[in-house]
Every structure is written in C-alpha cells, then in structure tokens.
Design a binder for this molecule. Structure first.
Ligand code: ADP
Length: 276
C-alpha cells in the first residue's frame, strides 16, 4: 500500500483533498513496527547504493514551518549509511548566491555517485516563499517551473534518483506545534516570531505549493505529499516510498558489486601467480 500520495504528472493538486492526519487506519505501535522493518531494508539498500557507486539519490524535503523537516532528517539519518549521506539546508540566499541564477547554489550541492543528499528546503523556495512575498516579479519566478524541470531532467539523466516530499500538515496541527514551542522549555529554542508571521500567508502558500506540485511532478522526479500531522506516520510513509523507489535498483547494484569483486579477485590471482 502506498502511504504517501504520489502526484501523477499533469494532475492539478488540491491539498484540501489530502487529509494531513491520514494514518491508513494503523495504530501507532503497528506503524512503528512497519517503519522499523522498512528502515532495515533502507539501510541495506543504501549500503548497496553507496558501494556500487552507480547512482546518486536526492531527497527534497519541503513543508510549511513546523511540518517536521528536521524530524524527518533525524529519522532518515538514523536509518542511512552515514558515510554517503549529507544534508544541504537552504536558507535566505546570501548576496553572492543572489548574484547568480537561482539554481547555482543548488547544483553545487547535488549528490555524487554513491551519495545521498537530503535537501532541507530546496530550489522550490524560489517558487514558494519568493512567490508568496513577491521577492522578485512574477515575470522572473514563473519561468522557474520550466528551469526546475530541465534541471531535474539533467540530474536524472546523469543517474540521480530524485524523490520530492511535501510534508503536509493541517493549520490546527501547526498551531499546536507552535504553541508547544512556547510552552515547553526544551522546545523554546525553536521559537521564531517569523513562523507566526508566515502562518498569516497560509492560503498563499497553499496556492504556491499546489502549482509547484502540479507543474513539477514528473516520472523522473515525482512529488509525494506526505500526511504529516502524525510524526510516526510521516516517517512510515517516507521510509516506504524510499524503499519502493530504491528496490528496483538492487539487482543492478548487486551485479556491479559482483563485477567489482570478480575483477579484484582476478587481479589478486594474477599478482600471486607473478610472485610464485
Ligand atoms: P528552517 O528551514 O528550519 O525554517 P530557517 O529558520 O533558517 O530554517 O529558515 C530558512 C528560511 O530561508 C525560510 O524562511 C525560507 O523560506 C528561507 N529561504 C530559503 N530559500 C529561500 C530563497 N530562495 N529566497 C528567500 N528565502 C528563502
């Protein structure tokens, strides 16, 4: 069963039609058991991916404030091969970044072969926050959907497996999480008045997300909307999507590793013969 909602290319997304509290009728306990099994498989697949060095994996995480991007990263890092995994956060662009095209800073941190990079926010901010706050004119941000599509095509054609997750939370859940930050000492460091200010633009962000999801979900770089009101279900949906996406590569990665092993063995035998 698919727990995350894959956006089929060309569909018009309506976020209101996707329940942020969806849990497939699972209990938290059952969900966590499934996630544990999936995390094991993910670890194994990631090892093969790292050692075979044939592909790169790019995970894009987007979502409103408090939607759980950091928690998702913590979960993924606990299940992945630490050697090949990196996190790339995207903040307000620096003057140098702004002096380049919007994809310049993004291309610089895409994953190499064998690597996996998690984008904490991404190039999509350039059609989300930039659009909502009119940071550049529409004539500048609108062509970006096509630039993004071409960029992701380039990455995919170069062997990058791309998965894009939109962590979908409800307005009520966001309020609960923001209030928790005020009320719990251990969470207070996350307090940011900016989050409350952004909340006022809820509907504008909805429209911006809907267009990005509708315009930029492709077979080679699909978008998944992840019901994220329940953190355990969010992790389950992401683990399942990753395992389902990487599993079809297992055979090719194993074959490559066998090939590498055979070649190393032959070289060693040759060396021993020469020493005899
Ligand atoms: P977090 O991702 O944990 O919220 P910050 O609080 O540092 O981290 O937020 C990063 C901020 O950078 C966000 O408000 C985001 O909208 C902003 N940002 C990211 N990319 C861009 C961009 N291209 N243009 C303008 N703002 C951006």
């Amino acid at each position: 069963m698919a727990f995350a909602k894959k956006i089929e290319p060309g569909t018009a997304v309506r976020l209101a039609e996707i329940d942020p509290a969806y849990d497939a009728g699972l209990s938290k306990d059952d969900g966590e058991k499934l996630t544990k099994d999936l995390a094991k498989r993910l670890d194994e697949l990631d090892d093969l991916h790292y050692e075979a060095g044939m592909n790169s994996v790019l995970i894009v995480l987007q979502g409103r404030d408090t939607s759980g991007k950091d928690g998702t990263i913590r979960f993924l890092l606990s299940s992945l091969n630490a050697q090949g995994c990196r996190v790339a956060p995207f903040k307000v662009p620096t003057p140098i970044e702004l002096a380049h095209d919007f994809l310049w800073r993004v291309h610089a941190v895409t994953p190499p072969k064998g690597g996996m990079t998690i984008f904490n926010r991404s190039h999509y901010e350039d059609v989300l926050v930039v659009r909502v706050h009119s940071l550049v004119p529409e004539a500048v941000w609108r062509p970006r959907y096509e630039h993004i599509d071409a960029f992701e095509r380039l990455l995919a054609d170069s062997g990058t497996i791309i998965l894009k997750f939109m962590l979908h939370i409800s307005k009520e859940e966001q309020e609960r999480r923001l209030l928790d930050r005020e009320n719990e000492v251990q969470k207070a460091w996350k307090l940011n008045v900016g989050d409350w200010k952004e909340r006022a633009y809820w509907d504008d962000y909805t429209a911006a997300y809907e267009e990005a999801l509708s315009r930029c979900s492709t077979a080679r770089a699909p978008w998944y909307v992840v019901p994220a009101d329940k953190k355990w279900f969010r992790n389950l949906a992401i683990a399942e999507t990753l395992v389902n996406t990487l599993e079809p590569y297992r055979k090719a990665w194993l074959e490559r590793l066998e090939g590498i092993g055979e070649a190393a063995k032959a070289e060693l035998e040759e060396f021993r013969r020469s020493q005899a």
